[in-house]
Design a protein around this ligand. Structure first.
Ligand code: PLP
Length: 387
């Protein structure tokens, strides 16, 4: 079959392919320790599950408006207004089946062929894919370990030109765990305002931050109108499989997102949206509990990985990923990831799953139990000693 040019431009997320490979090995009787997929191992908090079940019983099983359920959009508008210190109205909120759609929607709504969009590399692979799908040119902003995977202002300044229409940022970041400082955000904001550029700020890990406070670029004066905030429930509330996320953007742009929603999923599952209201308005202690556990796991895995000869990793400031420098092993990212899976039964992702500047790294997701981390570290150490 011959597929469209658009499909040839589209990329993918290899975490799901590695998961499938690891599951196949498990079916063959191998024991696998999973570090490949970026999802909380916690179950969704009980109050949220109850709210979802109650909503089914109350027959919230029909279509909602394409924008989403008003009560949820109000809860999100309140939450974003409070946490970002800006004034958001429900009309500026669109509910999506996961934050992921916001990436594609933003690219499709804003970009044309010949435009350029700057995105972090290594970074979440859907950024580059979505830009390519839109027909625009992806321009990588290389995140360097020596800058704490934060931001290189000199490099950034050189990347911006009259064709730049979109800048994508992600803090705390996947796969690096790096954070953008308030100074970095102000620098980006200044350039975005001067050059009339839209910023898509992926804030999906904003509640999983171990050091300092979360800052959103949308809070900077003059930025709310030109920022698309991507956020959602997957990571904060361990709700990956519910598929619930949202955009916060100016009304004009939000209407374009609604048009895209109408052309694709129509609306997010109504009872799932109802559960989202409970997630935001109900008790938040489970969010704090999960964060504390991630921090404990982070400390264990980072210290353990740094003891392995040839491996080095900096302490991530947010999210739940260890991005390990493996250059001293003399092997490529793919070789190390394959070796660990086949020899040690440890599933990780090669850094190149996050763009070409991820070469020299492998990613461990530490959203898994302390016991799994201990077992994984033991296996990795033994396998690496045989390299
Ligand atoms: N953005 C980043 C940086 C992510 O890591 C992910 C998921 O891994 C997403 C967005 C999408 O999350 P979801 O679609 O589950 O809300």
């Amino acid at each position: 079959m011959k597929f469209s040019k658009l499909m040839q431009r589209a990329g993918t997320e290899t975490a799901f392919a590695v998961l499938a490979k690891a599951k196949k090995l498990e079916r063959q009787g191998r024991s696998i320790v999973h570090f490949e997929i970026g999802e909380p191992d916690f179950n969704t908090p009980e109050n949220i599950k109850q709210a979802g079940m109650k909503a089914i019983q109350q027959n919230f099983t029909h279509y909602s408006a394409a924008h989403g359920v008003m009560e949820l959009r109000e809860a999100i508008a309140n939450y974003i207004s409070k946490t970002r210190g800006i004034d958001v109205s429900p009309e500026e909120v669109v509910i999506t089946p996961g934050g992921k759609d916001v990436i594609l929607f933003t690219a499709i709504a804003i970009l044309n062929e010949g435009d350029e969009a700057i995105y972090p590399n290594p970074g979440y692979p859907i950024y580059e894919s979505a830009i390519k799908i839109s027909g625009a040119t992806p321009v990588p902003m290389v995140l360097l370990e020596e800058n704490g995977f934060a931001f290189d202002r000199e490099q950034f300044k050189k990347l911006v030109n009259s064709k730049t229409k979109l800048i994508i940022i992600n803090s705390p970041g996947n796969p690096t765990g790096g954070n953008l400082s308030q100074d970095d955000l102000e620098f980006i904001a200044d350039i975005a305002k001067k050059n009339d550029i839209i910023v898509m700020s992926d804030e999906i890990y904003s509640r999983i931050i171990y050091k300092g406070e979360f800052h959103s670029i949308a809070s900077i004066p003059g930025m709310k109108e030109r920022t698309v905030i991507l956020d959602g429930f997957s990571k904060t509330y361990a709700m990956t499989g519910w598929r619930l996320g949202y955009s916060v953007a100016n009304k004009e742009l939000s209407e374009q997102f609604v048009k895209l929603a109408t052309n694709s999923f129509s609306c997010v599952t109504t009872f799932v949206q109802k559960a989202g209201i409970e997630a935001l308005n109900g008790p938040q202690d489970s969010v704090e509990m999960m964060k504390k556990k991630y921090e404990e796991r982070r400390n264990l895995i980072i210290n353990g990985l740094n003891e392995i000869p040839g491996f080095s990793v900096r302490m991530p400031e947010g999210a739940f990923y260890a991005f390990v420098n493996i250059t001293k092993t003399g092997k490529t990212s793919q070789e190390i990831a394959d070796y660990l899976l086949n020899e040690a039964g440890v599933a990780t992702l090669p850094g190149t799953s996050f763009g070409k500047y991820g070469e020299g790294y492998i990613r461990f997701s530490y959203a898994t139990s302390l016991d799994n981390i201990r077992e994984g570290l033991k296996r990795v150490k033994e396998a690496v000693s045989k390299l």
